[in-house]
Design a protein around this ligand. Structure first.
Ligand code: CUA
Length: 339
């Protein structure tokens, strides 16, 4: 497609716009963030319903266009048989009543099944929206299965996971297109969603309600594991942070505990117990930082600490430019060591 676009002789504005639209549509199809490639039970239902409605709407459009052309070009005496009350009744009353009733029945039975209120389960999760990141609280029945993490959701394949969502500030919307439909996060209110992933993989989610300047940089990754691997992940994630062996990282621990970091961030097992910002207990094991904004690696951690306000203007993370180069290197090494 790209090649065809580039080689086109008449590559004027209109065909360029068409090429861009087609490429955008194609690139959105196969990705980790596509409602057209469902990897969860609810998303599969949404996709199925969308296709039914799309095909239905296309058939209605064809039918109406056909009737319009017929009435325009057919001789008046020939087209008399489809005119008047008969057409109005068939197309204006019978067709909508039948098709909309069928669609309503299908939607009601489907959503009833999907949204069934569940008993508290082993895999319950609460997600709290913040400007502009996600707080993820695991609410398992065992005390050791209750812990907080951020900006990354881990789920077991084939299990129904009840997700409660709310917000700490403004309205956000939790949306992982490959797994389920959107659900709003509303202040002072809890909404509920059931996620049941059918495939192992990494899927991207995105805040779907405009919530301020950094709305676009409010993403999260969902990692779906086989159930056994999920249990292993939960063991690691629920454990407190381990003191690093590496001297540079150990120096970074001292920097962290002596800096303003501790007022906003928690690292379980250390004196840092702030809760304004994301929990950093296992930040070194996450795939991204700053809510999907940057890939998680030492260089980006450093960049984020020094330039948070340039990377994500308006976020509550300040640009920490009081540290020396050596302190900064140590701090990034410490954070990276928190696996
Ligand atoms: Cu949060 Cu948009």
């Amino acid at each position: 497609m790209k090649k065809a676009c580039a080689k086109s002789h008449a590559f004027d504005g209109a065909s360029r716009a068409l090429c861009i639209a087609v490429l955008a549509a194609l690139s959105a199809c196969g990705g980790e963030q596509s409602a057209l490639h469902p990897r969860g039970v609810e998303a599969a239902f949404v996709a199925h319903l969308s296709w039914i409605m799309f095909v239905g709407a296309a058939l209605v459009l064809l039918l109406v266009t056909g009737i319009l052309l017929y009435s325009l070009y057919r001789r008046p005496d020939k087209r008399a048989d489809i005119s008047g009350a008969k057409l109005i009744f068939a197309g204006g009353v019978a067709l909508p009543v039948v098709s909309l009733t069928l669609l309503l029945a299908y939607t009601l039975t489907g959503t009833k099944e999907l949204r069934a209120s569940e008993e508290p389960g082993e895999h319950d999760i609460e997600i709290v929206g913040h400007r502009w990141w996600w707080q993820v609280n695991y609410l398992g029945p065992e005390p050791e299965h209750r812990f907080t993490t951020a900006n990354e959701l881990h789920l077991p394949r084939g299990k129904r996971v009840r997700v409660k969502v709310t917000t700490a500030d403004v309205i956000h919307s939790f949306w992982v297109p490959a797994l389920a439909g959107k659900i709003d996060m509303i202040p002072g209110h809890e909404n509920e969603l059931v996620l049941e992933p059918t495939e192992v993989g990494v899927f991207r989610g995105q805040c779907a309600e405009y919530c301020g300047a950094q709305h676009t940089r409010m993403a999260l990754y969902v990692v779906v594991h086989e159930p056994g691997e999920f249990d292993a992940w939960r063991e690691r994630e629920s454990a407190p942070a381990v003191m690093p062996v590496d001297p540079l990282a150990r120096a970074g621990y001292e920097v962290f505990m002596g800096a303003a970091c501790v007022y906003c961030h928690r690292i379980r097992g250390t004196p840092a117990q702030g809760t304004f910002g994301p929990d950093l207990t296992h930040i070194g094991s996450r795939s991204s930082i700053a809510a999907g904004t940057l890939a998680a690696n030492r260089a980006n951690l450093t960049a984020w600490i020094v330039h948070a306000q340039q990377i994500k203007p308006g976020s509550l993370m300040p640009s920490l430019n009081v540290l020396t180069g050596e302190e900064l290197r140590a701090l990034s090494a410490y954070l990276e060591s928190l696996e």
